[in-house]
Unconditional design. Sequence first.
Length: 182
Amino acid sequence: MKIHFVTSNENKVREIALILGSQFEIIQTNLDLPELRADTNEEVAEMSAKTAFKILGEPLIVEDSGFFLDALDGFPGTCTAYSHKRIGNDGFVRLMDRISDRACYYRTAIALAYGDGVKIFSGEEKGFMATEVRGNKGWGQDPIFIPDGSIKTYGETRSLDSINIFRKRAAEKLRAYITEFL
């Protein structure tokens, strides 16, 4: 089955393709979609998928992830990519410098758009934010995110074939749905 993945992020395409397996042909498709704002990743992914489906008219997925800091009421959340472009991981570290509550989580939503509408699959992973940028593996907030049960950041431990747990959880739900219903 051929599915367009509307994203400019090759890392996300690689992760999704690994999870979905060889029976699915994942085609990276770059569309100039507006950067939508909403309170949840699910809302952003759904709106983006609907917009992309109007353009392509073929089955597609759109993924939206966010990095949520508990002490900052979930900021940056759905504005993670924008915030990261502006201040980077060093800026997040400075922002949290005097804050002892370092609990955070990653959340992702994958929206599948096809002839019958849009279906959303979510995944989440809890952890803690490091007090400094550590490691140069992965991308995004990997060098400052310490998953529960670890003392190292994703930036210190990720390999090229590893997959973020939050994205894996959502993509496995997507795979199960596609396999059963499409």
